[in-house]
Design a protein around this ligand. Structure first.
Ligand code: GLY
Length: 342
């Protein structure tokens, strides 16, 4: 097991990699706790939950909205939750986002923690304290930044994930290595078959490294005014592709990263060889590297990116494997790049 600590101005928060849901009692505070999970996770793991009240939400990104939040507030009131109640989210990124949002807002904030059950949640969604829900076609438009008391990454729970979801999570792993850590990227290149088949030793190292990188970045820039933006590599295009194509988040981010390296090569800041390394790794994971798309729809969707500043976006370019930098560029520049590509 690996133990990491995220330090922010508001305190220290524990992240345990390769710890088990079965030991959750060791981490829960003495006070009363309520579990928040989704139907899918409950159907697989409810037998391993501690004996506590459980609130179930529907699975799926379309349910990460204020209606779901409203239902949970109501159930917390029915369960007579108070300021001393601890909320434990068990599940993937939707459960951790909803738990974090509710934990940050119910009674102006109660303590909460996560057992993250998917690759995506363990390396990204559960780490960093951003808790958002979708609103009116905008992804994560409404949200908070507040840290969970702890995050447990249970690697055994990954075994029940559909292959597609494992692959989707690997897009965030590749992203993290690509922006910040060339040696992790090389480790991925050398061990990718073992990794995607969820070899526990390899996954423990990869998840711990991704969490280390993310906690280092978040501890320096929790509110995303500087280097935290690097973690959006591939996401400006990715979120837009996800919206217009119906591909998964990871598939969309994979294509988004490929478009971003094409853009970086076009601007002569990245070598074609480094771009090819990124695309080869994604191909080995079976993630898509290109899409036949309607560029108008993508540019329109990018206008709905909540990180847009008027007509500009902080776009993440890759300068080398392990070296990403942001630049403020206009939507019209992005559109020109897409025009040239088609
Ligand atoms: N919840 C994901 C993040 O804070 O980046």
């Amino acid at each position: 097991m690996k133990h990491l600590t995220l330090k922010t101005t508001n305190g220290s928060f524990e992240i345990l990699i390769a710890e088990s849901l079965k030991n959750i009692r060791d981490y829960l505070p003495e006070k009363r706790a309520i579990i928040l999970t989704d139907r899918h996770v409950a159907s697989l793991y409810r037998g391993q939950f501690p004996d506590l009240p459980v609130i179930e939400i529907e699975s799926g990104e379309t349910n990460k909205n204020l209606e779901t939040v409203n239902d949970v507030y109501r159930k917390l009131i029915d369960l007579e939750a108070d300021r001393s109640t601890f909320l434990l989210g068990i599940g993937g990124g939707i459960v951790t986002d909803v738990t974090g949002f509710i934990g940050s807002t119910f009674l102006r904030g109660i303590d909460y923690g996560f057992v993250a059950s998917t690759v995506l949640a363990q390396v990204d969604a559960a780490i960093g304290g951003k808790n958002g829900v979708n609103y009116s076609g905008y992804k994560n438009l409404i949200g908070t930044i507040r840290q969970p008391r702890f995050v447990i990454c249970d690697l055994e729970m990954l075994r029940t994930l559909p292959t597609e979801e494992v692959r989707s999570g690997f897009a965030e792993i590749v992203k993290t290595a690509a922006v910040r850590d060339a040696s992790l990227f090389a480790f991925l290149e050398d061990n990718i078959e073992k990794a995607v088949s969820l070899d526990l030793k390899v996954m423990e190292k990869i998840i711990a490294e991704c969490v280390r990188i993310k906690t280092e970045i978040v501890s320096q820039d929790e509110k995303e005014s500087g280097q935290r933006r690097l973690l959006n590599f591939g996401h400006s295009f990715g979120h837009a592709i996800e919206k217009v194509s119906g591909l998964t988040h990871g598939e969309s981010v994979s294509i988004g990263m490929c478009l971003s390296v094409d853009f970086s090569v076009k601007r002569n800041i990245l070598t074609p060889e480094s771009s090819a390394r990124l695309k080869n790794l994604l191909t080995k994971i079976n993630l898509p590297t290109r899409i036949l798309f309607q560029k108008e729809a993508i540019v329109q969707a990018m206008r709905k990116d909540k990180k847009r500043e008027n007509e500009n976006l902080h776009f993440v370019f890759l300068h080398d494997i392990g070296d990403a930098r942001t630049e403020l560029i206009s939507l019209s520049e992005l559109k020109e790049f897409l025009d040239d590509l088609c």
